[in-house]
Each structure stands twice: as structure tokens, then as C-alpha cells.
Design a protein around this ligand. Structure first.
Ligand code: SAM
Length: 205
């Protein structure tokens, strides 16, 4: 089954707050995005694999003016747009597979991904993803990627996933991406279990 078919069926079957990755607010992501944007409300921010998360709501609420949400699932994008109502018009929506889309050159200041890169288990998918980050993010821009940590689960949503520590995640991106900070987060799922996440925050040279 390809990524699109899988994720469309996940979102067609489950309520937004019933999936294991759900959090009412992505506090760590928000704090890192605010730090990267450094008070610039017109910074161009992309949330890759945003799904049905409330990150976009919170970014709009903080006055961010240039937000793009990309996800392979049209169902997830439609649910999020409906929740936002008229505010959805302020956002650029892209339904695409990040490993296949032709990225626009140097259009964003901040790239954010929570729980997408770890689903890319084949080297060619990882290379295609990193190529898109390198093309899309402006020199001097920031990349925030969160995956399962070394003690995180080995599967999510029925799919095999990769687990990373800061060094192995950073090595996927290479020296052009200067690692500024990494941290681990214990995520409490709606079903009562815990999952270790890793955040890496990099600056593009
Ligand atoms: C585990 S969910 C995380 C959603 C959201 N980032 C969050 O933290 O709540 C993974 C998301 O990535 C999307 N996704 C998975 N593979 C993708 C790909 N190759 N390209 C774009 N989106 C993808 C899925 O549709 C899903 O919304």
C-alpha cells in the first residue's frame, strides 16, 4: 500500500484526537518555530505532514502570516480546513507526498516536521526528503524535525518506523545543516502509553 492510500484510510477512520500522535497543542514545536522566526511574523513557515494537528491554528493565533501546510492526506487537510473555518484562507495547502513533490526553491524560512521523517525507511525516500529540505529552505533558515527517539516505538499506525538519536538524525541531513539543539520529549498518547520523541533544530548554512 502506498503512503497516500494508507494515510487517507487512517484519517477516514479515526477522530483527530484518537490517533496516537495527538496532542492538544504541539508546545515544543511552537517554541522552536517562534525561536526560529525570531519575531518575524512574515517568516515563511512550512509544516510538513501537518495532518490534523492544531499547530496551524496556534501559528495563526500567534499572528504568523505565511504558513504552508503540506500533507499526503487530502482527508486530513479537509478536516483541518473545516476546523479553521475562514482562517483557513490565510494558509497555503498542499496535498502531496514530500518525497515526490517538486519543491519550490528557497521559499521558506522555517521547515517543521513532527512524526513524518521517521516513516521514511528506504534510503531513496530519505534522500528525496532531504533534497527537498535543502531546496526549499532559504540559506540562514531553520529546520525543525521531530522523530521517534532511540527508545521510541518501532511501529506507528501499523507502519515500520526509524528511530533516531540526535547524531543519526543530523547525519541524514549533512554538514550544511548546523545542529543548534536537540531534545527528547515523552509524549503521552490518548490511549495512555508513552512514546519518546527526539527534536532536532538546525540552521541551514
Ligand atoms: C504521525 S502523523 C503526524 C501529524 C502531525 N505532524 C502531528 O504531529 O500531529 C504523520 C503525518 O504525516 C503525513 N505523511 C506521511 N507520509 C507522508 C509523506 N510521504 N508526505 C507527506 N505527508 C506524509 C500523514 O498523512 C500524517 O498526517
Amino acid at each position: 500500500m502506498d503512503a497516500k492510500t494508507h494515510w487517507e484510510s487512517v484519517y477516514a477512520d479515526r477522530a483527530p484526537n484518537a490517533v496516537s500522535w495527538y496532542r492538544p497543542h504541539l508546545e515544543t514545536s511552537l517554541a522552536l518555530i517562534e525561536r526560529a522566526a525570531n519575531g518575524n511574523k512574515s517568516a515563511s513557515i512550512i509544516d510538513v505532514g501537518g495532518g490534523e494537528s492544531t499547530l496551524v491554528d496556534d501559528l495563526i493565533g500567534r499572528g504568523c502570516e505565511q504558513i504552508t501546510v503540506l500533507d499526503v492526506s487530502q482527508v486530513a487537510i479537509e478536516v483541518t480546513k473545516k476546523r479553521l473555518g475562514r482562517a483557513a484562507e490565510q494558509v497555503r495547502w498542499i496535498t502531496a507526498d514530500i518525497t515526490q513533490v517538486q519543491a519550490e526553491e528557497s521559499f521558506c524560512d522555517v521547515w517543521h516536521d513532527r512524526a513524518v521523517f521517521h516513516f521514511l525507511t528506504a534510503a531513496e525516500q530519505q534522500i528525496a526528503y532531504v533534497r527537498n529540505v535543502a531546496k526549499t529552505v532559504k540559506p540562514g533558515g531553520h529546520v525543525i524535525v521531530s522523530t521517534f527517539g532511540p527508545e521510541g516505538p518501532t511501529k506507528c499506525s501499523g507502519l515500520e518506523v526509524m528511530r533516531y538519536d540526535a547524531e543519526s538524525l543530523h547525519s541524514q541531513f549533512g554538514v550544511r545543516f548546523r545542529l543548534i539543539e536537540s531534545s527528547k520529549e515523552l509524549h503521552h498518547t490518548p490511549l495512555g502509553s508513552t512514546q519518546q520523541f527526539l527534536y532536532c533544530y538546525c540552521r541551514v548554512q
